[in-house]
Design a protein around this ligand. Sequence first.
Ligand code: FES
Length: 137
Amino acid sequence: FIPPSEVGEDGSIIAKDINGNIIPAGQILAEPPGTRALVAGLAGEPTYLTVREDGTLHPWGIVDNCTHLGCTFPWNPNDEQFQCPCHGSRYDPEGRVVRGPAPLPWQLTRVNVEGDYIRISPWTETDPRTGEKPWWV
Ligand code: FES
């Protein structure tokens, strides 16, 4: 058995929990559809992974870092929004701004399942939510 390299040539990493332990993909995929699972992503940034209706992971993760002044905060399943407690910004389930003062959508990362590992890599392509070049590249 050869464990996967933790840091890929493309700058990717294996998703871990807050304590630095690798999170098996099966652990997150066992959650019900609609779950937003928080993992330590690129540079250790808190990153939400979404379990889709078909039981797979959404191919992008969103970085939990308010584009106003950088607060982090949980998903609100009742309102189906991310709601920043610092100054009231709100984001839709895919990280688009619904209400300011946040000026920009949340940063995306690419998410791939490799066996029982989740690999997170930089998202450098067009932002599918805006059709524009990503603001974070
Ligand atoms: Fe989120 Fe100001 S840091 S609204």
